[in-house]
Design a protein around this ligand. Sequence first.
Ligand code: DGY
Length: 327
Amino acid sequence: MADQPAKSRFRIFVTRPIVDGPFSQLNNCDLEVWNGDAPPTYEQLSEKVRGVDGLICTITDNIDDKLMNAAGPQLKVISNYGVGFNHIDVAAATKHGIKVGNTPDALTEATADIAAGLILMCARRLMESSLSIPKGEWKTWEPLGFLGHDLAGKTLGIVGMGRIGYALARRFARGWDMKVVYTSRSDKPDANRDLGAKRVSLDELLAVSDVVSVHTNLSAETKYLFDKSAFAKMKPSSIFINTARGSVHNQKDLYEALKNNVIASAGLDVTDPEPIPLDDPLLTLSNCVILPHIGSATFETRTRMTQIVVDNLKAGLAGQTLPCAVN
Ligand code: DGY
C-alpha cells in the first residue's frame, strides 16, 4: 500500500473551555472546544474523540483504553491540562502509540500557595473566626476566643518531596523557621542543604510533625495512605493538609479523626469524590477547611499550563518527543 501523504491539518478536541491565548499558535489545527457547563460524559466524550488527531483533556475526563479505541488509530497525542494523570490509562496509550503529556512546573508555586493558605487557615482558625462575624457572634474582643497554634519553630512534614512539596517547604522553612522532615523515594540533597530538611520514614514524620502536607501522586501505593491508623500516629494538635488527590486520604477515617480530636484540623483542596457530596459529614466540621480543587487556579498559572499543553500537542502531532512527556 502506498504511504499516506503527511497531514497538513489536524482535528483536535478540547474537553473544557480553558484559558486559551496560546491556542493561536495552533494554526494547522481545527479545534472543537466542549462548551457544556459540566465536563462531557464518558459517552459524549467517546463520540467527540472519534477521528481526532489530538485530545486536550483535564483531570475530570476518564481516558481509558476503550476511549482510545473509540478515537481511532489516527489519535497521536493526549495533552493533559494538569500535572496529575491518574485519570489517563498511560499503559494503554503507550500500547496504542499515543503520546501523553502533562503540565509539571507550571503550577508548582500556585499549588504551594494554596497549601500554605490552608495551613494558615487551620493553624489560626481563619474560616471559623471569619464565619462567626455574619452569624453575629463577634460581641467583644475575646481573650480566649479562637485560640490556634503558632507555626514558627514547629515541624512541617512533607509527604512526597517533589516540586510542590519543595516549594511549600521552602516557604515555611525560610518564612516561618519551621523544621522540615519529608518522605520521598530518594534523598533530596537540595532540600537537605538549602532548607535543613531531613528524609525520614512515614511513621517518624507522622510522629514528629505539627503539620503534615500531602504532595504525592495517586497510585496503588498511595491510595488511602492516610487512614485511621495513619491519623492515630499523628499528634493530637496536628494539622493535615491535602492538595494532591482526594483518595490519598480515607475520607470517613479523616472525619472520625477530626470529630474525635485524634488530630486538630484539616485543610483540603481535594476530596474523594469531587465535588464533595453536600451530605458528607466533613462539611459539618468547623475544624475542616475545604476548597474546590483550586490549586492551579491563577490566571498566570493556567496560561502557562495552556502553553505547555500547546507545546506538547504540537510536538505530538509532529511525531516529536513531547517537552513534558508522561510516556
Ligand atoms: C493537577 O494539575 O493535577 C491539578 O490537580 C489540577 O490543576
